[in-house]
Design a protein around this ligand. Structure first.
Ligand code: NAD
Length: 478
């Protein structure tokens, strides 16, 4: 039974939460990627629903803006409280729909991240900046809301990425219409249901439709900015769709992050960091380590240390508290991973671990896989695998590693691993990526801007820069 405290319902289980968001009848069946069992039914919103949501968001925006920053901050913190009060039910639903385990850097971690990013976006100070004040000229920079923000998200981190999009948008006085991935709509519907117990009516909407709804959102005349996280191919389609209305865009797109291990690194000391850099969320992470370049001097030691760590990480059904790795979220992604590993093994690359999926199981489980002695242009190296598989390439020099790391047209993240911080920073400066981590990979922080280089996208999220990206710059001169 749900209980009411300060008008915020607290749901004890995922099923109670599901009962609050599912349509009374019909809807699209969402199946658990670990078991094939029914998780729940998602409403099938259509174009008319999107029109209604945009109209309501448009109507609610002036009043939301007029509330001012402090009132919005207070409501965002109350929304974070509401998520915390429902954290277990949300984490269980997320685990069942997305597949990720409750434990490890997975479902509970993701719900905690949603809370942290909401509170951080509420906390930042954003004062008007005095640009010139020289006695004759006085100019200030302000950031005004755009109006209605459309937020289109992927299926890998559905709750956390939704908050990355909605939190800065709301804080800046915009209202929001979200279009979750058709693979994970329930997670976003549930999260927004909890948040909307606190927010005024009309401010935040979810339209759980397919690609056609996403496409309309990115062309609609009353959507002023689109926040998009997903594949580079869809990002390019959104750039085209946005042209006629000159929409503002923040695009967080695909990556194929490189890691470079310098010859002075300690293989045993870095192995666990390398593992989680690559295998977080079972590899289904935009800024995961997806290709590793290791200096020949320590290549075998790194391969061995990584294998030792990887072979002991339990994979299985997410609701089992023992597991830290789960299934691929959907069949299409499973097939991509399977096909890339086959191409690698058929080329003669050496299997250190895995590459032996079990056909007879119900879920989309692909075993943790490490592939060594692989050619630099093998598809598993140059294409985004987005799964629990890491190719490890031997390099003879740092020069070669830097050239290979920079050789693709993506550039979300990268990492350098070394016992010498200065040497690592010197290599980092030469890498074409939005973030370069040293002795870790993929960690994000709500205070630190995050965004891609090259075809991994443009614009940044997080931090004060992330707030500014949700505001129209306006100079007051005089
Ligand atoms: P996707 O591009 O297939 O789908 C993302 C969203 O776009 C979905 O909601 C989908 O319905 C919608 N969409 C599809 N076609 C559209 C169109 N023409 N117009 C508007 N919307 C449309 O991506 P995915 O498979 O869900 O996610 C995986 C990809 O996302 C990977 O490439 C991953 O690297 C990337 N990703 C990037 C980041 C980042 O921060 N850079 C974060 C997470 C995921």
């Amino acid at each position: 039974m749900s209980t009411e405290t300060n008008t915020v319902a607290t749901y004890a289980t995922a099923d109670e939460l599901l009962a609050a968001i599912q349509p009374a009848t019909g809807g699209r069946e969402i199946l658990d990627p670990a078991t094939g069992e029914l998780v729940g039914r998602a409403p099938e919103h259509e174009v008319a629903d999107l029109e209604a949501a945009i109209a309501a968001a448009h109507a609610a925006q002036p009043e939301w803006d007029a509330l001012g920053h402090d009132a919005r901050r207070a409501l965002m913190n109350q929304a974070a409280d509401a998520i915390e009060a429902n954290a277990e039910a949300l984490a269980h639903l997320l685990s069942r729909e997305q597949g990720k385990p409750l434990n490890g850097p997975n479902a509970r971690f993701e719900v905690g991240g949603a809370v942290a990013w909401l509170r951080a976006a509420a906390a930042f100070d954003l004062e008007a900046e005095v640009i010139v004040d020289d006695g004759t000229t006085y100019a200030e920079m302000h950031y005004r809301p755009f109006g209605v923000v459309g937020a289109i998200g992927p299926w890998n981190w559905p709750m956390m990425i939704s908050v990355w999009q909605l939190a800065p948008a709301l804080r800046m006085g915009n209202t929001v219409v979200m279009k979750p991935s058709e693979y994970t709509p329930l997670s976003v519907l549930a999260l927004v249901h909890v948040i909307n117990q606190v927010l005024p009516e009309g401010v935040l909407h979810v339209v759980a439709g397919g690609r056609d709804v996403g496409q309309l959102l990115s062309t609609h005349k009353d959507i002023d900015k689109v926040m998009f996280t997903g594949s580079t191919a869809t990002g390019k389609a959104i750039i085209r769709s946005s042209a006629d209305t000159v929409k503002r865009l923040t695009l967080e797109l695909g990556g194929n992050d490189a890691g470079i291990v310098l010859p002075d690194a300690d293989p045993k000391a870095i192995a666990e960091g390398l593992f989680w850099g690559a295998f977080i969320n079972t590899g289904q992470t935009c800024a995961a380590l997806k290709r590793l370049y290791v200096h020949a001097d320590i290549y075998e030691d790194v391969c061995q240390a990584l294998t030792e760590v990887a072979k002991n990480m339990p994979m299985g059904v997410g609701l089992d508290e023992a597991n830290v790795l789960g299934p691929l979220q959907n069949k299409a992604q499973y097939d991509i991973v399977d096909s890339l590993v086959r191409k690698a093994t058929e080329s003669g690359a050496r299997v250190l671990l895995g590459a032996d999926p079990q056909a007879e199981q119900p879920g989309y489980f692909y075993p943790s896989t490490l592939i060594a002695d692989i050619a630099t242009d093998n598809p598993l190296v140059v294409e985004e695998q987005f799964g629990p598989v890491l190719p490890i390439v031997k390099v003879d020099s740092i020069e070669q590693a830097v050239a290979l790391a920079n050789g693709l047209d993506v550039g979300l993240g990268a990492s350098v691993w070394s016992s010498d911080r200065d040497a690592a920073r010197a290599v980092a400066a030469r890498l074409q990526a939005g973030t370069v981590w040293i002795n870790s990979h993929g960690g994000v922080d709500p205070r630190i801007p995050f965004g891609g280089a090259k075809t991994s996208g443009y614009g940044v999220e997080f931090g004060v820069d992330g707030l500014k990206a949700l505001g129209q710059p306006q100079v007051i001169n005089g």
